[in-house]
Design a protein around this ligand. Structure first.
Ligand SMILES: Cc1cc2nc3c(=O)[nH]c(=O)nc-3n(C[C@H](O)[C@H](O)[C@H](O)COP(=O)(O)OP(=O)(O)OC[C@H]3O[C@@H](n4cnc5c(N)ncnc54)[C@H](O)[C@@H]3O)c2cc1C
Length: 401
């Protein structure tokens, strides 16, 4: 039996960020991670606001180790329409760049930081069952470390969403992308690198059935994924998509593809992301489609902030307060609603024609859109986001949280 103040389930970005803050604030933190690191994970394109979260955590990424990302380019190869959104065009105060990361390395950096802050991390240990009672939390494990008792539980189990599934509070969002297939290409040619690396923009290609991402990674690698509005997708679909795209054919010429990975039904909301002695952070609270790469950014920003509130409560001695995380949930709701609205428009309206490909957009609207694409969705001075919230689609977003 191990006893600690806070047990954190999962050492992805959300779990490690929360663990780092809690341990730094002097709490005894035990992290259980079912995988052994380094391990592969999808979610490689970060938004500029990630830099704020990392800065608050005390982590500075080495720019030589990760691919610089200056913006996002949207294109449709069948019509020739294209438009690039540069993060240097955001509203003042929003960071002007981001990185694409190899997650096995990025997640290890975050976990190492949590350990350096004093968190104890057990890899290869799966949380099997969880009991959250009025006086404490008990976690049964698979692995060598035995059960854990704690005064507080942070669920950062990602798509596993342990508490949401157990408590039946997980609500699937079925009208975004339904399925994805992705593959890494290794050994990009010098010609491809010369074209890609100076800006490192993520490429979002519109296709008749959905969209494709192309994310350049350090070490001559390219991550390519296809997303279908209506699932399912097959491994052959991702190869066929690359073959039918002149851009991707050119960029992957001579490179070695790995084995495609298939995923589906990843967009969901946890209707009860917090309660007495527990909170869910990162994907375990909500994940809304990969199209605008918001996952890791919201996971880091949200987990860090939730952990500060939990640490404050431990100092006051009211960590069992059922409403402890209610203000935090409201704060996150704004971000989920903002991205929900943008993603909803992406899948269900002519936003590509009307906005993304617009050759002469209103400058304030354009800056507002870029600021959202940078993940800075909590400011009041974004006219584009304010209009989005005021739109008739906003009713749909209110239903989800
Ligand atoms: C197809 C696709 C593409 C994506 N692309 C992007 C992108 O480009 N950019 C972006 O920002 N986001 C992207 N995402 C989202 C991104 O992957 C997630 O939002 C992000 O990883 C969430 O971080 P997390 O810490 O909440 O969860 P995770 O990173 O999933 O970490 C959860 C951890 O918990 C561990 N775990 C799970 N269950 C247990 C258990 N029972 N016991 C112990 N440990 C457990 C897991 O092993 C894992 O290490 C994408 C998602 C999908 C599906």
């Amino acid at each position: 039996m191990t006893r600690c103040d806070v047990v954190v389930l999962g050492a992805g970005p959300a779990g490690s960020a929360a663990a780092a803050v809690l341990a730094h604030r002097g709490l005894a933190v035990h992290v259980l991670e079912r995988a052994r690191f380094p391990r592969f994970h999808i979610g490689e394109s970060l938004l500029p606001m990630t830099l704020c979260a990392l800065d608050e955590l005390g982590i500075a990424l080495d720019p030589d180790e990760h691919q610089h990302k200056a913006g996002a380019r949207f294109l449709d190869e069948t019509t020739g329409q294209t438009q690039t959104y540069w993060f240097s065009d955001t509203l003042p105060g929003t960071p002007d760049h981001a990185y694409h990361v190899v997650r096995s390395r990025f997640d290890a950096i975050l976990a190492d930081h949590a350990a350096a802050c004093g968190a104890r991390i057990e890899f290869g240990v799966r949380a099997r069952a969880v009991e959250v009672g009025p006086d404490g939390v008990r976690v049964e494990t698979e692995g060598t470390c035995g059960p854990i008792e704690a005064r507080y539980l942070v669920d950062a189990t990602g798509q596993q969403a342990l508490l949401a599934r157990r408590n039946r509070t997980l609500v699937k969002i079925g009208d975004f992308g339904r399925a994805a297939a992705f593959v890494h290409y290794e050994g990009l040619s010098d010609a491809a690198r010369a074209e890609i690396e100076p800006h490192g923009n993520i490429q979002i290609l519109r296709t008749p059935t959905g969209w494709i991402w192309a994310i350049p990674l350090a070490g001559r690698r390219l991550s390519v994924g296809i997303v279908a509005k209506e699932g399912p997708v097959t491994r052959d679909d991702v190869r066929a998509a690359v073959a039918s795209s002149p851009l991707l054919t050119r960029w992957t010429e001579g490179a070695r593809p790995g084995e495609p990975v298939l995923v589906g039904d990843y967009s969901f909301l946890n209707r009860a992301p917090h309660g007495p002695r527990f909170t869910c952070v990162g994907d375990a609270a909500c994940f809304l489609d990969p199209v605008f790469s918001s996952g890791v950014t919201l996971a880091l920003l949200g987990a860090r902030r939730a952990a500060e509130r939990i640490a404050d409560a431990f100092e006051r001695g009211d960590e069992a307060d059922p409403a402890l995380l209610a203000p935090h949930a409201e704060h996150m709701k704004r971000a989920y609603q903002a991205f929900y609205l943008l993603i909803h428009r992406f899948y269900h309206t002519a936003i590509f024609e009307n906005l993304f490909f617009s050759v002469d957009p209103d400058p304030a609207m354009r800056r507002g859109l870029v600021t959202m694409l940078a993940g800075d969705v909590w400011r009041d001075d974004n006219v584009f986001q304010n209009l989005l919230f005021a739109s008739r689609h906003a009713g749909a977003a209110r239903l989800i949280v």
